[in-house]
Ligand binder design. Structure first.
Ligand code: 4NP
Length: 159
């Protein structure tokens, strides 16, 4: 049933290439929000432009599909300054990504809505979601698990 108290949220998940980590986070968070009937708008982006227009990495697609989530239609795009206006919350999946976002959103008011993704799992954490891009397929399950646990925390906290 429609709950009038439910708040609409716009959340952006950001990694470097927008083909490995943040597409998984986008898929998982969308999936969980949909299951709960939440009116959240969720997207992802990358701070580098090497993979613009590409579908998520095949191992990111595969690990999501193994968990019942189809991310094949997502396409990589680059993070831009306009995203500070568009989104309520921006999550950097890694510390280097946070620093890149900081270079674009140097004004304090813009950085107020930027958080390290894993700080939602562990208060004050400065840890990054490991980048599976440089490894083999075995790196994708632990990355999926970390992302999945953190998305559960985000949902519990803000729904
Ligand atoms: P992602 O992984 O940031 O999780 O999408 C990467 C993908 C590609 C590159 C770096 C990280 N790259 O340098 O091409």
């Amino acid at each position: 049933m429609f709950n009038p108290i439910e708040i609409s949220m716009k959340i952006l998940l950001v990694c470097l290439g927008n083909i490995c980590r943040s597409p998984i986070a986008e898929g998982v968070l969308k999936h969980k929000a949909k299951q709960l009937g939440l009116d959240w708008q969720i997207d992802s982006a990358g701070t580098n432009g090497y993979h613009i227009g590409e579908a998520p990495h095949r191992f990111s697609q595969k690990i999501c599909l193994q968990h019942g989530i189809d991310i094949s239609r997502q396409r990589a795009r680059r993070f831009t300054a306009k995203d500070f206006e568009e989104y309520d919350m921006i999550y950097a999946l890694a510390l280097d990504v946070y620093r890149e976002i900081e270079k674009i959103g140097y004004r304090q008011v813009q950085m107020n809505k930027v958080y390290l993704f894993l700080s939602e799992s562990k208060e004050g954490s400065t840890e990054s979601v490991p980048d599976p891009w440089y490894g083999d397929e075995s790196g994708y399950l632990p990355v999926f698990d970390i992302i999945e646990q953190t998305c559960t925390r985000i949902i519990k906290r803000y729904r």
